[in-house]
Design a binder for this molecule. Sequence first.
Ligand SMILES: [Zn+2]
Length: 316
Amino acid sequence: MALELCVLGCGSATPTTRFNPTAQLLEIRNHYFLIDCGENTQVELRRRRLRFSKINHIFISHLHGDHYFGLIGLLSSFHLLDRTQPLHIHGPADLQEIIALQLRVSQTKLRFPLHFHHTQDNGPAVVFEDDKVVVTSFPLKHSIATTGFLFQEKLADRKINSDNVRAFQVPIYALNGLKKGRDYEDEQGNIIPNAELTLPPPPPLSYAFCSDTAYSEKNTELLAGVNLLYHESTFLEVDQALAKKTKHSTSTDAARFAKKINAQHLLIGHYSVRYDDLQLFEKEAKTIFENTKSARDGHTYHLDNNKQLTVKVPTR
Ligand SMILES: [Zn+2]
């Protein structure tokens, strides 16, 4: 299995021609999870030719506009495109009221079921789970209620070792049991151990999204060893005082946290528009945490089974 994260917006505060405010699309085990939805998200989804009709879950970290002002536009487009598939939004309780008001005054009755799931900022909580993936929200340290989200793959079924299955003449009806780890008993009563007939699944991968936050160690245990960590990095270290005042992080804070939780890869973003040279963010973070990449709009970060991270750069 692998996971793929397309950054749709790596900027903060106001949209500019340089970059969009926060939004990301995470593809994990056939789920397309939209994380935050700043202005221009739907345009960026189109530009990157991402199939946004496949998005069934949207996770909103908090109600500063640069993280959700694109949401009503996206919902409206889903409606106009005749979506019928239910959509789930996971976010602060007030978001439901905001969206309800916007729909009411425009007299829009959505053609698809919209389900809200309220997040809490008083501790980690599982907000989505199926047989493949579990998503946990966790509180961050920002100026208003804010949560991050941890996306974890579940351990997949064992893989059939076709050569050995053929050699032992295992019937097809027994294959499902093998995938679940059961041994096989043949007609003569011989037990063939599961390990002879299957191969182990790849290790599950994880992605943590740390939205707007000051440096905080309260999620250290939950996020320990995460494969890919996104951590906001609004400021450079020279503006540490400003970061503290606005409850944001510097590139150094992000790197310190990645090191603290022993993450494998760090992706930084949410840059303030005050800086011209974005290279400085990565350079600064790398002095503390070498495996750092600085996010760019439209870039896709692919994490493979061997936990290697590669970047796909758009051609346009
Ligand atoms: Zn914020």
